[in-house]
Write a protein that binds this ligand. Sequence first.
Ligand code: PDD
Length: 288
Amino acid sequence: MTRTVYLNGKYLPENEAQISIFDRGFLMADGVYEVTSVIGGKLVDFDGHAIRLARSLKELMFTGDVIAKEELLAIHRELIARNELDQGMIYLQITRGAPSDRDFVFPDPKAVKPTIVLFTQNNPKMVNNPTALKGLKVISIADERWGRRDIKTVQLLYPSMGKMMAKAAGANDAWLVEDGFVTEGTSNNAYIVKDGAIITRELSNDILHGITRAAVLRFAKEAQMAVEERNFTIAEAQDADEAFITSASTFVMPVVNVDGADVGTGKPGPVAARLREIYLEETLKTAV
Ligand code: PDD
């Protein structure tokens, strides 16, 4: 089955969707994105992703209403239906559009409309992911990204390089470290568990404000689990009882080894397993 994608108001077979070489997403990484998971054909945390998208656009000085939330929801739903997507993700990207030439200065928004792209990614093993039973190995690397990591921009070169560094070291992912403290993972938020408390860096411009993070911390507090939003080091992670990451594509995923040192028993721990269970159970109640 050929995938149907969305491009600027049209639903097209993926090989017919084309974008200008002058698109600012291509030339300048001048764009933002969202990844929303789909379980049982329904969108997980759609509202959270729509709100963060609007914030990212505002922070990058996109003007006017780029796209209404209702229209965005309708497009997401249409893509799920047309591609018969049961489990997987919807990727959405909005760039500042394609002016007639390369120029650092933003084009006039009245003359150049944003480029809006959405496509589905099928992943039938997202919920029953075998990796959740094994856990991930991570390495630490310096956080060399720009200073506005709270904006979900398409500038993903350093995170991609981080994943490659992890792969070269025989690990699954990398945790980024700045001034001695973990900021987050290359494409996820990072956590440790010590003496029952769930510890994760507080929100600031240093990290992406994960939609999964917000939900998981809310569910943890509702389940009377202790949550501490504070910085932690790699040494603390290696000495923790458990570690895990969260993101829309992995939900809650245990981390069992940091820079070659086993975390706790070196096997996925009960807190991460319980949080994964609670997250999947609770989040499905509000899926649309
Ligand atoms: N990544 N931190 C970073 C740097 C991320 O790229 C992501 C998401 C997260 C988690 O955010 P959320 O819970 O809203 O997915 C944290 C997506 C999944 C990606 O780039 O594919």
